[in-house]
Ligand binder design. Sequence first.
Ligand code: ZN
Length: 59
Amino acid sequence: MEELERRENIVSIEECPRCGLKNKRKFQQGDYVLKQSGKCPKCNTPMYIKLIYAEPFKP
Ligand SMILES: [Zn+2]
């Protein structure tokens, strides 16, 4: 089952619950919604993954 022809890009959206800052980054193994994910660069509050989705590759 190694035939992973990836036509899409999985991304994770992190959000700061305090100031609402959003950060989009590449999905990493082990990510899930509501997982704590680093600290907000603005207010130093722990950020949470709000959304994980796949977007198609744009050539
Ligand atoms: Zn913040």
